[in-house]
Design a protein around this ligand. Structure first.
Ligand SMILES: CC(C)(COP(=O)(O)OP(=O)(O)OC[C@H]1O[C@@H](n2cnc3c(N)ncnc32)[C@H](O)[C@@H]1OP(=O)(O)O)[C@@H](O)C(=O)NCCC(=O)NCCS
Length: 140
């Protein structure tokens, strides 16, 4: 399937605009800036889902497919792949819509793992209620 036929997968968790301060000397946006937007998007989804604080424990896979330019609007889509006792593995895709006249394209994708933590930063169990909600969402 070509990229133009693909659609974003998951929940739109964050949208922002690439600014001049986020670029390198070639005018392309730093990979690290994109990773931090993905991390924020994943944390927003993980914290809403587990009803509490979460910390990033691992970034298992990252692919930068296309460069992002200043002024591009990026949208981060997050999808839970696996729910453990304390961890959430999440697929995060970044789509770029330069302007409304062109179709959005997928620019980056990665798999992040977050751990549910308490106020002291110690890991906490994900509740049975949250696990049940996840199982029900998978059954649809
Ligand atoms: C998050 C933290 C409290 C977890 O404590 P811990 O004792 O290391 O936790 P564990 O080794 O028991 O792992 C917790 C969960 O993460 C999973 N995990 C651990 N390492 C992993 C890795 N490299 N990749 C994917 N999952 C991982 C475990 O499988 C476990 O999942 P489960 O409970 O669902 O089965 C601790 O590692 C920490 O504070 N890390 C720093 C987090 C941080 O500051 N992040 C911001 C980046 S600077």
């Amino acid at each position: 399937m070509s990229d133009s036929q693909l659609k974003p997968e998951g929940t739109l968790s964050l949208q922002t605009i690439a600014m001049p301060a986020d670029t390198n000397w070639s005018g392309d946006v730093f990979g690290g800036w994109i990773v931090s937007q993905m991390d924020l998007a994943g944390a927003i989804h993980a914290e809403r889902f587990t009803q509490g604080r979460c910390a990033t424990i691992a970034i298992n896979q990252m692919t930068f497919l296309v460069p992002v330019k200043v002024g591009d609007v990026i949208s981060c889509y997050t999808k839970i792949l696996k729910l453990g006792n304390t961890s959430i593995q999440m697929q995060i895709e970044v789509w770029d819509s330069h302007d409304s006249s062109r179709a959005a394209k997928r620019v980056t994708e990665g798999v992040f793992t977050f751990v549910a933590v308490d106020v002291k930063g110690n890991k906490r169990q994900i509740s049975e209620e949250v696990k049940q909600k996840y199982l029900e969402s998978q059954a649809v």
